[in-house]
Design a protein around this ligand. Sequence first.
Ligand code: ADP
Length: 300
Amino acid sequence: MRYIMDRVSVVVPSRTLRIVGPIGEGNFCQVQKVEQPHPKGGKRYAAMKSCHKVEGEIDSQTGRNVSIEMLHEARILAGFTDYTYITMFYGVCYDEPIPKLVMELCPYGSVETYITDKSCHVSVPEKVLMIYDIACGMSHLEDIHCVHRDLATRNCLISVRGVVKIGDFGLTRQERELQSEKTRFNEFKAPVRWMAPECLNRNPVFSNKSDVWAFGMTIYEIFSDGLRPYDDDSEMKVIAKKIRAGITPELPPHCQGESKTPRGAIIAMKLSWAKNPRSRPPFRFLKTRILNFGRRYPSC
Ligand code: ADP
């Protein structure tokens, strides 16, 4: 643990943080809005992520100690070099039994919440911009050989300037770590609906290509106004069987047609869902394609 801590350099003393209120909760953590001193003077709001569990407890999804998990997430976040499309890392509180992660506050919440909110009509150009931002964030992960492993609209956050940023790096690993880490996800907690066929094997193979598959599911969520992939099925075993058999979701009728879902978005989904991981395009290719077809929309 000492080794991981040495590599996460920005220390935030917890006494410098004022808790403003809760933001949200995941399986593993809760996130609160905090106020902290701005390094350039004055104050700023931030998001603080802390774990529900107690020190020494094992995370049921990854099988690792929760403190290690938290520091691991902080190390991943601290290691990015471009935060344009990734939630910015502010620092870590070490003076608590389980470290806490402090990061940029994305005040408009997750893309999942936004697109499922019936009161917001999300236009097609806005949706195209969202998938472009996500492809840019994922392209950065690809460049630095990080595999997210939990890409979905619930983990894409809307920043203060309206840019969609990738968040929740709890399951993210460096490519080289994945070669030695052979643990399978807990089958009840795994994001099966977003998982590529090769990740559902006895010996799962996670890579940037399995992130590309999940990106296809994320596009599907956005253009179906928040439907979960394979929404008609509730049994994880049935879903896993469909995925292994190469069955991918079809857009619901209300989302079909060029004015609802541009052909470019459909092509991006189809390319992302190639059964053979090697046939899936890299994110740098997808982001360029999305940019090209997005130019047709004046506000993109
Ligand atoms: P877990 O790792 O337990 O799944 P998450 O990272 O998904 O936790 O966060 C839980 C909730 O907090 C989600 O609803 C997410 O939208 C919200 N959240 C996470 N990070 C931020 C942030 N930086 N700004 C605003 N909301 C956030």
